[in-house]
Design a protein around this ligand. Structure first.
Ligand code: HOZ
Length: 430
């Protein structure tokens, strides 16, 4: 593959953008390769500025569950666009969007729209602190809740990938209010509650971890956290930025039959435009201004273009018969094909999958904890990533991220991906 234009584009970008990108995960820095610059995308395929086409499993890091440039979403955007792009005043579309989210997500009775997942999580913990009158939160090692100061403590995603889990610039006093527990190890949560029985406002977690690679909750883990929160009077916040509308129409909470007190949403809810949201029990949500005293605001919150892309996406998901069943079947075929390749090549690799989220970890045994994740061979991952990219498969450039299958991936895409992956895995043995 030729990447001349991408190389030039990256050189130019580095002169004016820190690291040449607007978000660190895009830089390919950890795998010691230049990023490809994207020109366009359609369905399951993404095309770079040199004209190379890839089967895309990044999906803009999660939002593109329908595939790229879906005609319903584009049509809805075009209809909205001609009426004006921002008013800073209420629109009926915001109410319709809120009604749809409340209808789809089991625990959400009231919702506030924001502009990103980061904004959603930052606002949710402010609400939890204001509501409970307590300062501390518990998060989990390797979980990532965006780049708010309180969350850049033992953080996953790009922070973990680039070796920056505790970012400079976060003050010690902020860090002191973030307690860190171990994912899938409920005793670690219990110990923190026992040591701080009256101080914890909320526990926030990705119910299925996606930002240290995909890890499902072990049986009993979510249950224990729920009962500890109830016992100690803390709120339970599910960060469903990644899992919301991805694992089921009502996200992980529908899949596992759980009701958190608050839920944060992002990615799919914006249909490819910048949207986040947080919602939950009405009695808690009514503490937000102007109903209540806890302040949170935004010039572009509920923006009409963002609402229309999100609304079209969610409607299509809700109205497509067996939407998640079809996604599950395709994703299961990808998983079993990769597993066969691992077995027949006798490789040290583990595939974790929940619904249409997956990660191929280069390690042995099982991957259930952050400790398991840190034992992965990132150099082998980097080789696999580069071989896959050269074979036309676009994966997240990090061992510590999720891959996403979309409704647009065809059987042929899955077949091609498995054939290319087999060859790449085979070459790793050499
Ligand atoms: N939350 C995304 C997946 N880990 C990362 C997106 C980004 O940081 O740009």
């Amino acid at each position: 593959m030729i990447h001349d234009k991408s190389i030039t584009a990256f050189r130019d970008a580095q002169k004016v953008l820190p690291g040449g990108v607007n978000s660190p995960v895009r830089s390919f820095k950890n795998i010691d390769r230049q990023p490809v610059f994207i020109e366009s995308a359609k369905g399951s395929k993404i095309r770079d500025v040199d004209g190379n086409e890839y089967i895309d499993y990044v999906g803009s890091w999660g939002p593109m569950i329908l595939g790229h440039a879906h005609p319903d979403v584009l049509g809805s955007l075009q209809d909205t666009l001609v009426k004006g792009t921002s008013f800073g005043a209420p629109t009926e579309l915001e109410t319709q969007m809120a009604e749809l989210v409340i209808d789809m997500v089991p625990s959400v009775e009231m919702v506030r729209m924001v502009n990103s997942g980061t904004e959603a999580t930052m606002s949710a913990i402010r609400l939890a602190r204001g509501y409970t009158g307590r300062n501390k939160i518990i998060k989990f090692e390797g979980c990532y809740h965006g780049h708010g100061d309180s969350f850049l403590i033992q953080a996953g995603s790009g922070a973990l990938t680039l070796g920056l889990p505790d970012s400079p610039g976060v003050t010690q006093s902020t860090a002191n209010d973030t307690l860190t527990a171990r994912f899938n190890q409920p005793d670690s949560v219990q110990a923190l509650f026992e040591a701080n029985p009256h101080d914890i406002a909320a526990v926030i977690l990705e119910p299925v971890a996606g930002n240290m690679g995909v890890i499902a909750p072990v049986p009993g883990f979510l249950e224990t956290i729920r009962s500890l929160c109830d016992h100690y009077g803390a709120l339970l916040i599910f960060d469903e930025v990644m899992t919301g509308f991805r694992l089921a129409k009502g996200g992980a909470q529908e899949l596992f039959g759980f009701k958190p007190d608050l839920t944060t949403l992002g990615k799919i809810i914006g249909g490819g435009l910048p949207v986040g949201a947080y919602g939950g029990r009405k009695e808690i949500m009514e503490h937000i201004a102007p109903s209540g005293p806890i302040y949170q605001a935004g010039t572009l919150s509920g923006n009409p273009l963002a609402m229309s892309a999100g609304y079209a996406t969610l409607q299509l998901i809700r109205n497509t018969p067996d939407f998640y069943g079809k996604l599950e079947a395709k994703s299961a075929r990808l998983e079993s094909g990769l597993q066969e390749a691992i077995d027949s090549l006798k490789l040290n690799a583990v595939i974790n999958r929940v619904g249409s989220m997956f990660t191929l970890f280069f390690t042995h045994g099982t991957v259930q904890t952050f400790g398991d994740v840190t034992r992965c061979n990132t150099a082998t991952f980097a080789r696999f990533f580069k071989l896959s990219l050269d074979a036309g498969i676009y994966l997240a450039p990090s061992q510590f991220e999720a891959g996403f299958v979309s409704a647009a991936h065809s059987e042929e895409d899955i077949k091609q991906t498995l054939a290319a992956s087999y060859q790449a895995l085979d070459q790793l043995r050499g």
